[in-house]
Design a protein. Structure first.
Length: 225
């Protein structure tokens, strides 16, 4: 009996102001050489000229691929809040500053690649982002990662109040890039309860978003990689 292979789809949205660019990116994804043994496929669920046009598809999207001219910081911040940490974002950029637009926001994962990205690079980047990994060429990622690792914010001090066992579990899952719904399923609790614990974690760590909470958790030795 032949073995049946189950393919898991990564749902992608493409946002660029020019139709030819959107069509080109879609064509690249359909012509990409799938690595041997890959068990995932890419499904484009939305093509839009702006982030506003994309928003109705937000909760159907795993990875957003956008060019930088349609992704200003305020709009990205709004998307990050609305997605509640479930969205991964890939910016296609012309300059090194683009990565800094994505840092400090509650993404599941994020990455930056040059606008002239190759077909294979685009495919692999989307698959990696779908798994919660950071991606990007060193030249584009280094400035932003340096800010995160060296910390523009103050060094973490002692906690105002220790995290509970459940909060520590949830922080660990946040560090793995899981969204609230995925954390709820993993722990067998409601999504509302997860949101309550996440809010408590932010308060105790003095954080304002997931990235900051995980960074401070690492500094406090609360997150194991």
């Amino acid at each position: 009996m032949d073995q049946v292979t189950t393919h898991v789809a990564t749902h992608v949205a493409i946002v660029a102001p020019v139709m030819a660019v959107r069509a080109g990116l879609r064509a690249m994804l359909f012509t990409a050489s799938v690595p041997p043994g890959a068990d995932a496929v890419i499904e484009v669920v939305c093509e839009a000229a702006s982030l506003e046009e994309f928003e109705p598809f937000l909760h159907r999207t795993d990875v957003l691929v956008a060019v930088t001219e349609v992704a200003p910081r305020p709009a990205l911040k709004r998307l990050a809040l609305e997605s509640e940490g479930s969205l991964a974002v890939l910016l296609l950029a012309y300059d090194l500053q683009a990565a800094q637009e994505l840092t400090g926001l509650s993404w599941r994962a994020w990455g930056v690649l040059p606008i002239d990205v190759s077909t294979e690079e685009l495919y692999v980047a989307i698959q990696a982002l779908g798994q919660g990994l950071l991606v990007g060429s060193p030249a584009f990622m280094a400035p932003a990662l340096s800010r995160l690792l060296n910390g523009e914010a103050e060094e973490a001090g002692e906690l105002v109040e220790p995290l509970t066992e459940r909060e520590t579990q949830i922080l660990q899952l946040l560090a793995r890039g899981l969204a609230n719904k995925q954390i709820a399923a993993a722990l067998g609790i409601s999504e509302h309860t997860v949101k309550f614990h996440v809010s408590s974690i932010y308060t105790k760590l003095g954080a304002t978003n997931r990235t900051e909470a995980v960074r401070k958790g690492l500094q406090q030795g609360l997150v194991l990689l």
